[in-house]
Every structure is written in structure tokens, then in C-alpha cells.
Design a protein around this ligand. Structure first.
Ligand code: G
Ligand code: G
Ligand code: MN
Ligand code: NA
Length: 254
């Protein structure tokens, strides 16, 4: 209850910020993009992680305005970073189902791109499987319209909702992100290795790129490279970084 009332004023009081976790190519080792992750620094509650406030934001509907802030801020900051560093860098932004179903969702994305100057093909939106399994028809239309702008669509936490994957054949997904629960066990657990192998094979046979999440050890990276996984993200490469931390890392590796 205290969290909810503090959350209601957090946007006006400028209490949110974004951190960026690097994604690297497993082929070249190069930094190719980042995932934007929201943080809330509340004067009353301290640092609150998204796992603790996103569910409340979703229940109350506050996620619509908070999510719009995150998308616009990520576009603004990465567009500026691209200009400063004169290099390409993709940015992935997490979206909640509620945001995607807003009437003006597509217009909001268009305006975030236009106002920031970020090239559309530098933006990726992350959706969860659950969204696509539930209300497929409407979701598919929305997603196709976003892709028509040139924005890429990634499926987050892939493998955790494996009950109805028909959506995967219904439209052109750009990327699958293998859930970190499989990645973290792919070295010592045969079942996790089997699921990871199957997801990569499935994705590649549909010409979808794969991102492994939560890569923490060189042994995991080696397994993923052997399986021809395309990209990786995790503490092995970098923790989520402040914008300045990202700027330092990206300018070193240009
Ligand atoms: O940041 P952390 O590292 O704790 O992320 C936890 C979860 O919070 C992630 O699974 C991610 O999907 C979600 N999350 C992070 N930032 C955002 C955001 O801007 N919008 C939404 N909807 N979810 C987010
Ligand atoms: O959107 P999503 O659910 O994928 O959010 C990614 C979450 O995973 C964030 O909470 C992020 O801080 C966390 N994370 C990123 N890399 C690692 C990692 O290597 N290990 C672990 N345990 N968590 C990670
Ligand atoms: Mn994500
Ligand atoms: Na994920």
C-alpha cells in the first residue's frame, strides 16, 4: 500500500532511471546492443527493483505512463550515445501487455523515434510469450504494425511458457531470448542443455536470431558458442550499467 502510493508520484518526482545491460555477439565478441532496465530510487523506500514494483504498476495501470517514460528515455539516451560515439548500438526495451494494448501504442512508438532521432532499426521491443499465447489475433496485428515501422520484436524469457507456440509460425519474430533458468544450468544439467539446444535449432530453422540471457561463466559461453547461439547477455560480460558506464565501455570497444 505504501509502495503503491509512492509509485503514483514517482514519475512526477523524477525518481526513475534506466540502466543498460550490454549484449555481445558470440561470433565476434563485439558489443552490439543493450537492454534497458528500469530502476526506482524512492526517497521513502530506497532502491526498488522492477520485480517489486512492475507488478504493482501493471495492476494499477501506472505501467502505461511509466513504460512510456522508459521507452522515450531509452530512445533519447541511446540516440545521443550513437551520435557521440559515431557507432551503431541497438537498444531493447521491455513492454508490458497493458502498454501494447493501448489505443495509441503505435503512435507513441513513432513519436518516440521521431523525437529522439533514433533509427527505427536500432530499437527492439521485448514481449513475453504469455502475451502472445493469450490474445493472439489482436497482439499479432499490433506487432506487425510495429515491425512495419522497422522496429524489431524479441520474445523475452523464451522457454518458460511452452504451452502454445503456434504464434511463432504466425508472424516474423526477430529474436528469441533464452530464459536464464536454462542458460544457468546448460553446463551441468542434461535437460537444460537439451532445451537450450532445441530452442536454438528451432529459432535458426525459422531464421530467428537467439540471445542467451544470464550468461555468467566462460563454460556457459563456450557451450552456447558451440551451439551457434548468436548473442549473449549476462554478468560474464557486464552487469547493467549506468549511461556513463555504458558510454565508457562502448567507447573502449569501438
Ligand atoms: O532489472 P532486473 O534486472 O531486476 O529486471 C527484472 C525484470 O523487470 C525483467 O524481467 C524485465 O522484464 C522487467 N523490466 C525491467 N525494466 C522494465 C521496463 O522498463 N518495463 C517493463 N514492463 N518491465 C521491465
Ligand atoms: O527482462 P528480463 O527478465 O530478461 O530481465 C533480465 C534480468 O536478469 C534482470 O533482472 C537482470 O538484472 C538479470 N540478469 C542479467 N544478467 C544476469 C546474470 O548473468 N545472472 C543473473 N542471475 N541475472 C542476470
Ligand atoms: Mn528483458
Ligand atoms: Na528475460
Amino acid at each position: 500500500l505504501k509502495l503503491e502510493s509512492a509509485l503514483r508520484t514517482a514519475l512526477d518526482r523524477d525518481e526513475f532511471y534506466l540502466v543498460y545491460q550490454p549484449q555481445v555477439s558470440l561470433k565476434t565478441g563485439q558489443l552490439t546492443g543493450v537492454e534497458a532496465l528500469i530502476r526506482w530510487k524512492s526517497p521513502a523506500l530506497g532502491l526498488v527493483m522492477p520485480g517489486d514494483f512492475i507488478p504493482v504498476a501493471e495492476e494499477t495501470g501506472l505501467i502505461v505512463s511509466i513504460g512510456e517514460w522508459a521507452l522515450r528515455t531509452a530512445c533519447d539516451q541511446i540516440a545521443q550515445l550513437q551520435l557521440d560515439l559515431r557507432r551503431r548500438l541497438n537498444v531493447a526495451v521491455n513492454l508490458s501487455p497493458r502498454q501494447v494494448h493501448q489505443k495509441d501504442f503505435q503512435t507513441m512508438i513513432e513519436s518516440a523515434l521521431l523525437e529522439s532521432g533514433l533509427p527505427a532499426n536500432s530499437l527492439e521491443v521485448e514481449l513475453t510469450e504469455h502475451l502472445l499465447m493469450r490474445d493472439s489475433e489482436e497482439s499479432l496485428e499490433i506487432i506487425e504494425r510495429v515491425q512495419a515501422l522497422g522496429v524489431k520484436v524479441a520474445i523475452d524469457d523464451f522457454g518458460t511458457g511452452f504451452s502454445n507456440m503456434s504464434y511463432i509460425t504466425r508472424f516474423r519474430i526477430d529474436r528469441l531470448k533464452i530464459d536464464q533458468s536454462f542458460v544457468s544450468r546448460c553446463v551441468d544439467d542434461q535437460n537444460s542443455l537439451a532445451v537450450t539446444t532445441a530452442i536454438i535449432a528451432l529459432a535458426h530453422s525459422l531464421r530467428i536470431d537467439v540471445v542467451a540471457e544470464g550468461v555468467e561463466t566462460p563454460a556457459q559461453a563456450a557451450v552456447l558458442r558451440d551451439l551457434r547461439c548468436d548473442f549473449a547477455q549476462g554478468y560474464l560480460y557486464a552487469r547493467p550499467l549506468s549511461l556513463e558506464g555504458l558510454r565508457a565501455m562502448a567507447s573502449e570497444t569501438t
